[in-house]
Design a protein around this ligand. Structure first.
Ligand SMILES: C[S@@+](CC[C@H](N)C(=O)[O-])C[C@H]1O[C@@H](n2cnc3c(N)ncnc32)[C@H](O)[C@@H]1O
Length: 326
């Protein structure tokens, strides 16, 4: 399992949008051209606004009647979203989670989304700002919450959880083979307060590597704890279901994931939307009323070499797109 690392060279408050051309091409099909300045006029949703990298480019492709709603659970996305909304009346923003998508759309009386983007995971500003506590490479409070006003911080959870529960999370969300050993070390060292305390503890707990290492030894632990405290797995499941349900016929859902656990979920959900349910052979009826609802748009898409060269953080990204057909 690979993921965005925390030591690549983008820094500060910047976030370079990943697979941008691929997203634009597949989500906004009627782009304005000098001969046809129209552009799409439906309702689009960017469910992972971040710093608005994708949103700004999506807006360039919409007609004056088009609308874009941005969502993000992180309160820090709000400032950038406000600036964009002041600039462009076609854009609005709501601080919300994927699992609240349908409620938000209902409140805003939005029916039938033309294109919805989910660029899941963490943004560069979240990773790069030590005070957010996501990075094993910089000293900061051990927090890792995308919305610091919600749920337990990483430190609060690690300082109270059972050793077995910690080991299970490290195994399940980090595929960390030494999960038990690390969990034991965490419990023995509690209370943990900072990111570097956790990172150093993992280094000490693991056997010395034989050869040169590509990844920091705490990569998997940090990923697992982050996924757990933000309930990312459950959020993605709900976001995929609610996102697909909210599309108009002909509307498309585009999802960018950053590690194999996420991509597997996207693949399975898209398969469920695009294939007829399997019937047991012995049943006489082989057709269900419920017909296929989606059509896959191409296969999984990966960043080009040119993108990899300019944005190394894109290396583990995979884009999948599906269209609602009924
Ligand atoms: C990879 S960044 C998106 C970057 C954005 N596409 C851009 O170009 O600036 C992912 C964003 O999604 C948000 N996010 C992740 N999970 C979420 C969820 N369940 N609900 C709402 N927002 C979420 C994060 O807070 C983060 O800002």
């Amino acid at each position: 399992m690979t993921e965005r690392r925390t030591d690549d060279s983008v820094s500060g408050d910047e976030h370079v949008p990943v697979l941008l051309q691929e997203v634009l091409t597949h989500l906004v099909r009627r782009a304005p051209t000098p001969e046809d300045p129209g552009g799409e006029s439906g309702i689009f949703v960017d469910a992972t606004f971040g710093r608005g990298g994708h949103s700004r480019k999506l807006l360039e492709r919409l007609s004056p009647q088009g609308q874009l709603l941005g969502l993000d659970r992180d309160p820090e996305a709000l400032a950038e979203a406000r600036r964009l909304a002041e600039h462009d009346p076609r854009f609005s923003f709501c601080q919300a989670r994927f699992s609240e998508l349908q409620d938000v759309l209902r409140d805003q009386r939005i029916d039938g989304v033309r294109g919805l983007l989910m660029d899941v995971g963490v943004s560069s500003p979240q990773l790069d700002r030590p005070e957010r506590g996501f990075s094993f490479a910089a000293q900061g409070p051990l927090d890792m919450r995308m919305n610091p006003d919600e749920g337990l911080s990483a430190a609060e959870w690690l300082n109270q959880a059972d050793e077995a529960e910690i080991a299970q999370v490290l195994w399940m969300y980090g595929e960390e083979r030494q999960s038990r050993r690390i969990a034991r070390a965490i419990v023995a060292a509690r209370p943990l307060v900072t990111t570097l305390e956790l990172a150093d503890l993992v280094v000490q707990a693991l056997p010395r590597p034989r050869g040169p290492q590509r990844k920091h030894p705490a990569t998997r632990t940090f990923q697992a704890v982050r996924i757990f405290v933000n309930e990312e797995s459950q959020e993605l499941d709900k976001g995929l279901q609610q996102g697909f349900r909210s599309l108009a016929v002909g509307g498309r859902l585009a999802v960018i994931s950053f590690h194999s656990l996420e991509d597997r979920k996207v693949k399975h959900a898209f398969r469920q939307f695009s294939q007829p349910p399997k019937m047991p052979r012995r049943l006489p009826v082989q057709h269900l009323d419920q017909e296929v609802q989606g059509r896959l748009i191409g296969g999984p898409m990966k960043p080009s070499l040119a993108e990899l060269n300019t944005n190394p953080r894109s290396r583990s990204a995979t884009l999948r797109v599906i269209e609602k057909v009924r």
